[in-house]
Design a protein around this ligand. Structure first.
Ligand code: NAD
Ligand code: ZN
Length: 340
């Protein structure tokens, strides 16, 4: 079968012929229909510092996908051949304290598909049946393909109560754009989104953000004044940029709460005075809650949440290079590749 493989320890990704994986007990074999490109895939493509210490060359990348079950391994119940599924890409151990307490998103033994084991940029992939998420017929495959980052956005945005609150989102990447939509969907008052990219800020505005701020030529503090508020009640950090996070700390209201999803560079400094004297709460967010986040995001789409607004490009898998170039340039929302 064809698969996108990180073959060499240098920039690039290579389409190769690899064996179809064998299904083991409690697993299914999935024929992939669509795979979306994640920022993580771009990091691996570019072979940055994180990839160099995380990825073993020879890996098939990709973790945002939808496909159909074509083979069922021993012990699997509740699924049949032909079922359309996506899946939680974090495979947890099932026996640690957190797993057994129903907090699988906090399992310290998590293995990620497309990072620690072969992933979804392939014609076929195996998955533990317990990780599958069936996709209702009403949800098109091009949206189901990126439930994984939609889940990051949902997990982060739903961490704190947003009803009536003034919300700041730093970073209008695909995840920040979706989070802006969710914040409005659940009843936030003002939803302000910052970025340095006007293309992405426009997507955030289309998604329902009440204000967008390009921090290269506008001041967030002016926006706060303009809105006649004293600061933000809830912050969603979705840029991974220390400058954005410091802007957020500056503009939080006393007693505010921050959910942090963006991955900061190692050793990034912050002004701790802001955290302490404003009495802020900081909550780290990793992955998606299993499977409450998946349930909520499915129901939101089924009841009209406009997830399609963040989908800007659909391409054939053979044009994968174009997709990675688009992601690198940043003038895109989600980029979804089709295998058929
Ligand atoms: P992305 O890189 O597409 O988006 C980040 C955005 O931040 C970009 O649009 C960029 O222009 C913007 N930005 C850069 N500097 C800024 C500044 N000073 N102020 C405001 N915005 C600025 O990433 P994404 O795919 O949307 O993911 C968002 C973040 O979440 C990334 O850091 C990603 O690594 C991280 N992430 C975390 C998890 C998790 O489980 N914690 C999961 C997925 C992604
Ligand atoms: Zn565990």
């Amino acid at each position: 079968m064809k698969a996108l493989v990180k073959r060499k320890p240098e920039q690039g990704i290579w389409m190769e012929e690899v064996p179809v994986p064998q299904v083991g007990p409690n697993e299914v074999l999935i024929k992939i229909e669509k795979t979306a490109i994640c920022g993580t895939d771009l990091h691996i493509y570019k072979w940055d510092e994180w990839s160099q210490r995380t990825i073993v060359p020879g890996l098939t990348i990709g973790h945002e996908f939808v496909g159909r079950i074509v083979e069922i391994g021993p012990g699997v119940t509740g699924y049949k051949i032909g079922d359309r599924v996506s899946a939680e890409g974090h495979i947890v151990c099932g026996h640690c304290r957190n797993c057994r307490a129903g907090r699988q998103h906090l399992c310290p033994n998590t293995v990620g598909i497309g990072v620690n084991r072969n992933g979804a940029f392939a014609e076929y992939m195996t998955m533990p049946a317990s990780n599958l998420w069936p996709i209702p017929d009403q949800i098109p495959s091009e949206l189901a393909a990126f439930f994984d980052p939609y889940g990051n956005a949902a997990h982060c945005a739903l961490e704190f109560d947003l009803i009536g609150e003034d919300v700041l989102i730093t970073g209008a990447g695909p995840i920040g754009i979706i989070a802006a939509g969710i914040a409005k969907h659940v009843g936030a008052r003002n939803v302000v989104v910052t970025d340095v990219n006007d293309y992405r800020l426009k997507l955030a505005a289309d998604m329902g953000a009440t204000r967008v701020v390009n921090v290269t030529n506008q001041s967030l503090k002016d926006t706060v004044k303009d809105l006649h508020i004293e600061g933000f009640d809830v912050g969603l950090e979705m840029s991974g940029n220390p400058r954005a996070f410091n802007d957020m700390l500056d503009c939080m209201y006393h007693g505010g709460k921050i959910a942090m999803l963006g991955i900061m560079p190692r050793g990034a400094g912050i002004d701790w005075d802001k955290v302490i004297f404003k009495g802020l709460t900081l909550q780290g967010i990793y992955g998606r809650r299993m499977y409450e986040t998946w349930y909520k995001m499915t129901q939101m789409v089924l009841t009209g949440f406009p997830l399609q607004k963040v989908l800007t490009h659909q391409i054939a898998i053979d044009d994968f290079q174009k997709g990675f170039d688009l992601m690198d340039a940043g003038n895109c929302g989600k980029v979804v590749c089709s295998w058929n």
